[in-house]
Ligand binder design. Structure first.
Ligand code: ADP
Length: 247
């Protein structure tokens, strides 16, 4: 009887997982088609306008319409670009990896941007390795996104700083703290296309995609404001115990 209950539970858990993935996919698809349809409709209008202007030889005004169309193409391009890196996935790519190694990779990739922003990066890492099961390139994509956001948030701070703290007990916790102004829209930041950035500087997909990626590793991405100011993003991951040599 216990075996049957356990099997049923497993099926139920898988069903829930599938359903929540589909719900997330549905929400994302609706948001993406809405976001792409807007500029498409506007482009049609501008194009019709430009044709009329060209016919009446008002070249300068037509040029203005084409410039607007150019801007919209760029925005649509950045949306599809972010989705493209998101589309590559599959649980078969999950491997046991050292979270600290992924962090070092992401920090190295961000090196030139940190230097340009004059930003100090402080590591508080445990001495032992920190094993989890994940897809390291997608995990690094999440970290890079959080680092980019922290750079943006601290651009008006005199001594910008990011603190990366890793701790492990039953779970692994990676905290990324910055000394920017903090999060004023905590409820909305994980919503697709929520952004406070200027057009061309952000499309608002980073955090929603990041939290989906972390969920694929059975982890969670959460955010809060530090008591002493600044935003904190926390990635919680399942801890994997491995014997040396097994990896
Ligand atoms: P984008 O960076 O394109 O705006 P994200 O989903 O990555 O999209 O972020 C959504 C919003 O969350 C940002 O526009 C910003 O308002 C807020 N945000 C993210 N990270 C930080 C941070 N470290 N400090 C303050 N605000 C942040």
């Amino acid at each position: 009887a216990r075996q049957t209950v356990e099997e049923n539970l497993e099926v139920a858990e898988q069903t829930i997982q599938q359903a929540s993935k589909l719900a997330a996919l549905g929400e994302m698809s609706a948001a993406v088609s809405h976001e792409l349809n807007q500029p498409l409709a506007a482009m049609r209008t501008y194009l019709a306008g430009a044709k009329t202007l060209l016919k009446s030889r008002r070249f300068e005004e037509a040029q203005g319409s084409f410039d607007r169309i150019d801007d919209m193409i760029a925005r649509m391009g950045s949306i599809t670009n972010q989705l493209k890196t998101h589309a590559r996935k599959g649980s078969e790519t999950l491997k046991t990896v050292d979270v600290l190694e992924s962090l070092e990779n992401a920090i190295e990739i961000m090196g030139p941007s940190f230097a340009e922003a004059n930003l100090d990066i402080i590591r508080v890492f445990p001495r032992q390795k920190v094993w989890s099961r994940l897809d390291s390139s997608r995990f690094e994509q999440v970290l890079i996104n959080l680092f980019r956001n922290a750079i943006d948030a601290t651009k008006n701070i005199e001594t910008p700083q990011i603190e990366v703290i890793v701790a492990q007990s039953d779970e692994i916790k990676v905290s990324i703290k910055d000394n920017g102004p903090g999060l004023s829209n905590l409820e909305e930041i994980f919503t697709p296309f929520f952004t406070t950035k200027e057009a061309g500087e952000g499309v608002g997909l980073g955090l929603s995609i990041s939290s989906e990626i972390v969920a694929e590793f059975d982890g969670r991405l959460t955010a809060y404001n530090n008591k002493s100011g600044g935003a904190v993003f926390e990635i919680t991951l399942p801890r994997v115990s491995v014997e040396p040599g097994e990896t």
